[in-house]
Design a protein around this ligand. Structure first.
Ligand code: HEC
Ligand code: HEC
Ligand code: HEC
Ligand code: HEC
Ligand code: HEC
Ligand code: HEC
Length: 446
């Protein structure tokens, strides 16, 4: 892996500033994006499309449909939270539940506001004119791509600001022209003067606005660091009930067999259906429950198990829902952590040999696992990342011990060009991730 010079000394002020600018803007704009689209993509998109029927019916106009059908909004919201309860109490919901043999998942954790946001998103959705093909992650049968509106908002804001300035400019010119022709002399007032005058005239409003802005930033900053753990135990439903315990546990299959890019790249990768078929061609399952699930693999692979079995050529990829989701502006690299940092998967994902489907394991469970560095900040939050970076020693605290070459090179450069820096690092007799730059905003933020 290449070592940037920044490893030793970097203060790339512009990049840091740009992160601040970004953080500032995203703080302002993310409040707009209380996000039906995001909720829809994470929870509903495996089974529903907005405009077409798929596993479940299309969702656009569904509120109206239920009301027209003689049901109520309350019953519809109950349906989303737990369709069985709705079907037991509302004949219309009962009728909907016969739509397909597939059952909908339950979403007891969604609030009414969340559900409203999803329906609003569905009702206001307009098909894109030219659909862009999804970001090709190669072998990864990727989850639905989340598009970030933040950039759209920022772009809109810039365009809007441009328009205002342009219009303001024209108006000013006109006014000067008028004043000039009336008085014979133009006052050359700059934007600065006008802004000062505006602020002076609207002291209270501007003051309150600034106060609100600062408070939002402080509150959001507080939540980023001390996150209450919104991701804890997050476990989306999956198209196949894949048990890690049976595969990585009982059958002892290595994580890398399925997550085969974890040591080589940024992302760990998810297995394609071919990987499942390597074994399941010959393992159709014993119990009915197993057979049902494994039949879904065959359907996805386009495999007809009758007789000797044959491929029909009519497969479709398995679309797994993403479990661990970092915002788009965060950079996380598996190779850096697993190979360079020498961390075990269980440090961040828990003991997967005992889990069923993957979930985001809360930090107190992670910290209880033997061999893990104990941490306190909620899993996947910024506080969690930097807490570990602040305490984790690298290469046993001595840059010169790991044979991988990565730290040896840093060691060589430090002893040659950065003796005093190195001595300062070693005051506490250890080198931490932080001391090599693991707390720099630009390391984690694009
Ligand atoms: C595991 C697949 C699955 C997921 C995930 C899922 N649904 Fe469904 N949904 C269905 C199916 C299937 C139906 C049709 C009813 C049936 O056959 O049981 C349905 C029906 C519905 C209906 C009634 C549609 C109509 O035309 O009357 C609504 C509303 C709905 N789902 C909303 C949601 C929302 C909101 C989410 C995400 C929070 C969601 N669903 C996630 C499978 C799913
Ligand atoms: C036989 C294949 C297989 C093996 C072996 C396997 N996994 Fe998985 N893993 C999957 C599949 C399929 C999924 C997607 C379903 C799910 O989320 O559980 C997954 C999901 C995950 C996820 C969540 C991905 C996300 O979306 O955030 C993690 C983390 C994970 N596995 C870790 C491990 C670890 C650690 C091991 C080794 C102890 C392991 N896996 C072994 C197939 C495998
Ligand atoms: C330092 C913490 C850490 C360690 C160690 C770690 N992971 Fe992850 N893993 C993450 C984070 C954070 C994500 C979410 C990444 C994202 O959304 O960009 C993730 C995501 C995943 C995913 C989802 C697919 C992907 O690449 O985004 C899989 C699968 C996975 N990890 C498997 C593993 C396996 C297998 C190991 C051990 C060989 C491992 N992880 C070690 C933190 C870790
Ligand atoms: C290295 C071989 C191997 C691979 C690869 C593999 N499996 Fe399995 N799988 C097994 C074995 C062995 C069993 C246990 C069957 C039994 O108990 O009869 C099993 C069982 C299962 C079951 C039933 C589990 C239960 O007890 O409910 C499901 C579902 C399943 N696998 C899904 C998958 C999926 C999806 C993939 C691909 C992501 C996959 N498997 C990849 C070997 C494998
Ligand atoms: C359990 C401890 C741990 C956690 C949790 C952790 N990291 Fe790390 N991180 C490390 C170690 C160890 C290294 C390797 C140190 C190095 O690169 O010299 C590292 C390195 C990095 C680097 C490269 C730093 C550099 O100097 O080049 C980045 C970027 C990074 N981590 C991002 C993240 C992000 C983002 C998260 C949270 C989603 C995270 N890490 C969570 C331990 C951790
Ligand atoms: C070790 C990695 C790491 C470092 C270093 C880091 N961050 Fe973060 N940051 C994250 C992660 C991960 C998240 C997403 C956490 C979440 O959503 O709870 C995040 C989220 C944020 C957010 C919240 C954006 C939002 O979506 O609400 C802001 C603002 C932010 N970081 C600013 C900074 C600034 C400023 C610095 C430098 C002082 C910095 N970060 C350094 C990992 C890091």
């Amino acid at each position: 892996m290449k070592i940037a010079n920044s490893q030793l000394n970097s203060r790339r002020i512009t990049r840091v500033l740009s992160v601040f600018a970004f953080a500032f803007l995203s703080t302002i704009f993310s409040s707009f994006a209380q996000d039906g689209e995001e909720l829809f993509n994470t929870h509903c998109a495996t089974c529903h499309k907005v405009l077409d029927n798929s596993t479940g019916p299309k969702l656009q106009g569904v509120r109206k449909k239920w009301l027209d059908g003689g049901s109520t909004e309350a019953s519809l919201y109950q349906w989303v939270k737990n369709w069985q309860v709705a079907a037991a109490n509302d004949p219309y919901a009962k009728q909907v539940s016969d739509w397909s043999p597939t059952a909908m998942s339950v979403f007891g954790f969604l609030s009414d506001e969340d559900i409203t946001a999803i329906f609003d998103y569905a009702d206001n959705y307009v098909a894109p004119v030219a659909a862009v093909a999804g970001g090709g992650d190669g072998a990864v049968s990727g989850p639905v791509q989340e598009t970030s509106n933040t950039w759209v908002w920022i772009l809109l804001a810039i365009v809007f600001a441009g328009v205002i300035l342009a219009v303001g400019g024209v108006r000013r010119q006109l006014r000067f022209a008028v004043e000039e022709s009336e008085t014979g002399a133009g006052k050359d007032r700059s934007y600065g003067d006008e802004i000062r005058e505006f602020i002076y005239k609207n002291k209270i409003a501007v003051g309150l606005g600034a106060l609100a802005l600062i408070l939002t930033i402080l509150v959001r900053g507080y939540f980023v660091l001390n996150d209450i753990g919104v991701y804890n135990n997050y476990q989306p439903s999956q198209p196949i009930e894949f048990p890690h315990s049976v595969h990585a546990g009982i059958n002892g299959i290595d994580c890398k067999y399925c997550h085969n890019s974890v040591e080589k790249s940024k992302s760990a990768g998810l297995p394609t259906v071919n990987v499942c078929m390597n074994c399941h061609k010959g393992i159709p399952g014993n119990t009915d429950a197993q057979k049902n699930q494994i039949a879904k693999i065959y359907k996805a692979a386009g495999w007809d198990p009758e007789g000797a079995g044959k491929y029909t050529g009519k497969g479709e990829p398995i679309v797994w829902n993403k479990v661990h989701v970092l915002p788009d502006h965060v950079y996380f690299n598996h190779q850096q952590h697993v190979v360079v940092g020498g961390l075990d998967c269980k440090q961040c994902h828990g003991d997967m040999t005992k889990e069923g489907l993957a979930r985001v394991v809360p930090v107190h469970e992670l910290s209880a696992i033997e061999g893990n560095i104990p941490l306190t900040r909620a899993t996947l939050t910024m506080g969690w990342c930097i807490e570990c970076h602040g305490s984790k020693e690298i290469a046993n605290g001595n840059l010169n011990t790991l044979g991988s070459g990565y730290y040896d090179e840093i060691h060589r450069r430090l002893t040659k060009h950065g003796k005093s820096l190195y001595q300062r690092m070693l005051v506490d007799e250890k080198v931490t991730v932080k001391e090599l730059g693991g707390w720099e905003c630009a390391k984690c933020h694009y």
